[in-house]
Design a protein around this ligand. Structure first.
Ligand code: NAI
Ligand code: 15L
Length: 275
């Protein structure tokens, strides 16, 4: 079968990183769309956010992740380190975490993963470049590299094991755009929910990579083909906020890499010398 069936009710969906910023945004839309929503995060994060129904699971714990995915039909994978930083923590939470997730998916028969990748997979592109998911990635740090590893895992586990993934190279998912860069990268919370539900519902996606942004006039990414494949139709546009934030650069120096490259402030973080 091809195309999307919006009346199709999703089965048991696992949301990792459920106590995080986007996890809390997505809980209600996911709960409305699936038969059962299972939420997980690190124990202290669940407690801090008062998610009493959440399951404590460190993604770096291979056995715990295997257990977490038992009986799950699809995963929305948001868990992990979400910013640029030193390699060791990213190695544990993101690289090992992703490997644990895909191995558990294979062993537990999970058929679909929606992976929160990031625009930082291509953050070393200049702001005058227009980028598609088919172009060579140019990660801007350890974090972007960890997301590229995830997209590679998605490709491998589809080709070898038939597990389908939509990797969402999310831009900047804030309630409103906060600076000039976000006029290009913004993903409204409403469009985030539309995108994740489209990625869960679409048939025959294989290992698809799309950018996750709203219908921004100033966008740097051309993701139209992938969006059509999953029937994602963004409704918001950061341009409406240009008067408010268009004069706000990422860095005061116009020639700073943080202004010249798509990765923005992450271009100003690192390197990290081992101590
Ligand atoms: P967040 O940092 O608020 O949430 C991530 C969650 O993952 C946290 O609750 C944290 O406790 C959990 N986590 C970290 N290490 C873990 C581990 N070892 N085991 C289990 N859980 C762990 O981040 P946010 O903003 O909600 O982002 C969600 C996802 O979307 C992340 O994967 C991030 O990389 C990605 N993303 C977010 C963007 C944004 O604009 N917020 C843009 C691009 C990508
Ligand atoms: C990301 O990948 C981060 O998770 C988020 O905190 C923002 O920095 C976002 O990218 C961005 O590039 O604006």
């Amino acid at each position: 079968m091809t195309g999307n069936d919006h009346h199709h009710r999703l089965g048991t969906v696992l949301l990792t990183g459920a106590a995080g910023t986007l996890g809390r945004v997505l809980a209600d839309p996911l709960r409305a769309a699936c038969a059962l929503l299972r939420r997980s995060d690190l124990g202290p994060a669940l407690i801090a956010q008062g998610l009493a129904d959440g399951l404590a699971c460190d993604l770096a714990d291979t056995g715990a992740v295997l257990h977490l995915l038992e009986g799950v039909d699809a995963v929305v994978h948001l868990g992990g380190i979400a910013v640029e930083g030193p390699f060791q923590p990213i190695l544990q939470a993101n690289l090992l975490g992703l490997h644990n997730l895909y191995e558990a998916a294979r062993r537990q028969g999970v058929r679909r993963i929606v992976f929160a990748s990031s625009n930082h997979v291509t953050g070393c592109r200049r702001i005058d470049e227009r980028v598609t998911p088919q172009d060579l990635p140019r990660p801007d740090g350890n974090y972007g590299l960890s997301k590229l590893f995830g997209e590679g895992l998605a490709s491998l586990y589809f080709d070898r094991h038939g597990i389908e993934t939509v990797s969402l190279r999310i831009g900047t998912a804030t309630p409103t755009p906060l600076d000039r860069r976000a006029l290009s990268t913004w993903l409204s919370h409403a469009d985030l929910a539309r995108l994740v539900l489209a990625a869960l519902r679409a048939r025959d996606v294989g290992a698809l990579v799309v950018y996750g942004i709203s219908a921004n006039t100033a966008r740097w990414y051309d993701s139209d083909a992938g969006w059509a494949r999953i029937d994602y139709q963004p409704q918001d546009n950061a341009e409406a906020f240009r008067d408010r934030v268009g004069h706000l650069p990422v860095h005061p120096d116009p020639n700073d890499p943080q202004n010249r490259f798509q990765g923005g402030s992450f271009m100003g973080i690192g390197p990290f010398d081992a101590t």
